[in-house]
Write a protein that binds this ligand. Structure first.
Ligand code: XMP
Ligand code: MG
Length: 179
């Protein structure tokens, strides 16, 4: 897999630092609150499992799989729920855990959904933020790092379902896309 990578953007060590920083912010804001952390599959799995190990607090974990209607870069207010939560969000302090916020369409739809389901509060924690591609106004409350407008893989993020298991985040060589 390493041979397919043009450049490493964030090393394993840097990713660990982002997780430590984000965990400190969450500990400060959620002390004594028992938040429900919602991991958006599949991209955020590696991030969330590392992040929660830095949190010396009680948290509940749940998982959700969604896909945007319409596809492409078309902005859409709705998401299709492929796997819903097991837990009720009613009255809970929800933290949506994302790998990357790109157009913002997924998050806008999820925020609306959790508000309809009467969550007490909904915040967003994303490892990566790509504001250059934003189409929807959305507040990302906790950001690991802001990324340039490049397609990134690794540490949960995929290209055609590959590279999720890279321990770092990088950019693919252009020839990989043309294969
Ligand atoms: P929106 O546009 O709704 O979408 O904010 C966020 C989702 O788009 C995917 N995405 C990427 N996946 N490398 C990836 O592997 C990228 O650079 C990238 N940019 C967006 C991702 O699934 C994210 O959850
Ligand atoms: Mg995703």
């Amino acid at each position: 897999m390493d041979n397919d990578i043009l450049k490493v953007l964030y090393s394993k060590e840097q990713l660990h630092e982002f997780n430590v920083k984000l965990a400190a912010e969450l500990k400060r804001d959620y002390a004594g609150k028992y938040p429900l952390m919602v991991c958006i599959l599949k991209g955020a799995v590696l991030f969330m499992t590392d992040l929660v190990r830095e949190l010396d607090e009680y948290v509940e974990l749940d998982f959700m799989d969604v896909s945007s209607y319409g596809g492409g870069t078309e902005s859409s207010g709705d998401v299709k729920i492929l796997k819903d939560l097991d837990t009720s969000v009613k009255g809970r302090d929800v933290i949506i855990v994302e790998d990357i916020v790109d157009t913002g369409a997924t998050l806008v739809a999820l925020m609306k959904l959790f508000e309809t389901r009467q969550a007490n509060s909904v915040k967003v924690c994303s490892l990566l933020d790509k504001p250059s591609r934003r189409e929807e106004e959305v507040q990302v409350d906790y950001v690991g790092v802001t990324v340039p407008n490049e397609f990134v893989v690794g540490y949960g993020l995929d290209y055609a379902e590959k590279y999720r298991n890279l321990p770092y985040i990088g950019v693919l060589k252009p020839e990989i896309y043309s294969k």
